[in-house]
Design a protein around this ligand. Sequence first.
Ligand code: GLN
Ligand code: ZN
Length: 765
Amino acid sequence: MTETSSPTVYGYPRQGPDRELKKAIEGHWAGRVTERDLLDVAAGLRAGNWRHLTEAGVREVPTGDFSLYDHVLDTTVMVGAVPPRHRAVVETEGPLAGYFAMARGTQEVAPLEMTKWFDTNYHYLVPELGPDTVFAADPAKQVGELREAVALGHTARPVLVGPVTYLLLAKPAPGADPAFEPIGLLDRLLPVYAEVLAALRAAGAEWVQLDEPALAQDRDRAVLDAAAHAYRELGALTDRPKILVAGYFDRLGDALPVLARAPIEGLGLDFTGPAAANLEDLARAGGLPGKRLIAGVVDGRNVWINDLGGSLATLATLLGLAGRVDVAPSCSLLHVPVDLGLEHGLDPRVGRWLAFARQKVAEVVTLATGLSEGTGAVAGRLAANRADLASREASALTHDPGVRARAAAVTPADTRRPQPYGERAAAQRARLGLPELPTTTIGSFPQTGRLRAARADLRAGRIDQDAYDELIASEIRSVLVFQERAGIDVLVHGEPERNDMVQYFAERLNGYLATQHGWVQSYGTRYVRPPILAGDVSRPRPMTLRWTTYAQSQTRRPVKGMLTGPVTMLAWSFVRDDQPQAETARQVALALRDEVADLEASGIAVIQVDEPALRETLPLRAADRPAYLAWATEAFRLATSGVRADTQIHTHMCYAEFGEILAAIDDLDADVISLEAARSHMRVAGELAGAGYPREVGPGVYDIHSPRVPDVEEVASLLREGLGGIPAGRLWVNPDCGLKTRGWGEVRVSLDNMVAAARVVRAEA
Ligand code: GLN
Ligand code: ZN
């Protein structure tokens, strides 16, 4: 009947314990590391991961999950969908140079577009497909990595992006009809997958895993039918390994019965968070009799220890629903740091609540043992886990009575500005005395090498705090002098003291922890170290007051206070899983509310609260979105609504496509919103106007992603387009965000041109 249960994983962090991969790849780009040496480093990291997994008790390791840049890009290579402009690079400079050209572009060719991998902070390269796309199988990477693992004595399960997800993640190729739907290419793509599957079987794969996380999103009948068709076709192949399809990041919903009925041998399901609904759905679909189920009961994208007892109970229920039940993290461990064991500075009280990739592997091994041999076989570990969980629940860190009482006492009135917008706008106009089409920037100014060096010197003790502070003060003075000379109306201090817009605040709030080695891949060779929201959040002392008021003391023009909003403070951190996110957001919002009040009391008249993450944390399933948007917008208003009518609240978002969050943007009730718009020709201005957006808007008029300096006429013509949607009394003039990433040379001229353009357009009015 039931075979013994095995632990497994879908993927493991690629970077290596000390980000060796990043160093090797960037060394290669800089010409210091040869292709051969880079490939050797990569092979060594893969071998190390497999060895670790095997030693920990995983008997079937994943292959093909490794990547030199991105696994969706690897899939593009595997199916032969390299765009023509990059093919030329492959032909002249070889496959690796062509691969990196797709990832990063070259002087001559643009890279593929990059976007978020579902609702994680990992970014993939978007395939470009059109009606003329001809696929051709290139299984070399998948087969090569499988062979490596087999040669090292491992049993391996190749992991591939599934064909349906691959097509759903693609966009129409440049030149193709923008309405072209890549999913229509499925019948052309399936033979390529068939060829890859045959090659993997020939290379020794008993099982292969096809990842279909796109089926954990809302999908219409046509897509579900496409999925049914795909797996009917692949299932009918005779020359193939056993097929396991994995869906994760949410419940499979209507796709679950489709996949359960498909002629494939196994299914991987997520049972964490909202995906726990898979359990009932699986029972309703009649289970997976005679098939293999991989139960993702350990959260693969957050850093908390598992409730092993609870997971064993879930697993026991699942035993009755499938022929064989294996245990895994819910998704690839790519989304968590490598090893908690590398953290030496962590508060040990908190360390026992955390599990990174290595620790999660140990958890799935324990669970599989418990499932196969009975809980008695893992009694010691279960008892320790119960004690760890209990210590978290009882800790003063996770339960600060003062914070809880304050959050519980929040009333709806606390989340609404007392005056209607019209009254506020008049009061702000009177106080600020700004011209029509006021000019400003989004917050940061170029972060010079001198600043980064000073931060390193301070950390290393080569300079003292006073010397560092003097440098910050002088940076602030110089950006103020520049802005005054340029004629900008609302100034910023330039954020020279901030390493990162979330980390800076996380380091100053109780309840947040920082790691030393907790790197997670964001894209390519870029890794981030998200802070961990571990406990109740409070603000021991003001966080931004000193430098903001210092800046204001240096100029008669208004200086904008600059804060990061509650949703973004959660989105770019690892969040608590022991209370609803709404509760955590409310705590962060209250801390920010105090900061806003302090800024206001010190005479700051304009305060910007950045919320670039509002849209990106939108739940995958539409049914979950209204609740999310309700708490997210409420948290923003809680942070910002305690001010007087004549204090102007700004917010900023890094994109111009709002779609379904337009109503939520309005619900923020910010007096001014700035957005990215330069590349989309201010389309957003028209969209907001069409939706009747009543407040002030600053669509970016200078594209910061490009080193190009816009001339006066170019900015002026964007402003005129903006005026087509937003009247002059409500239109602001600002660049897109990200001045921090540019050099002073371009920034100086571009902002001068921006101010000149504002003057030109004002004169026309
Ligand atoms: N105030 C921040 C800056 O200008 C905003 C960053 C962002 O939009 N992501 O850098
Ligand atoms: Zn931005």
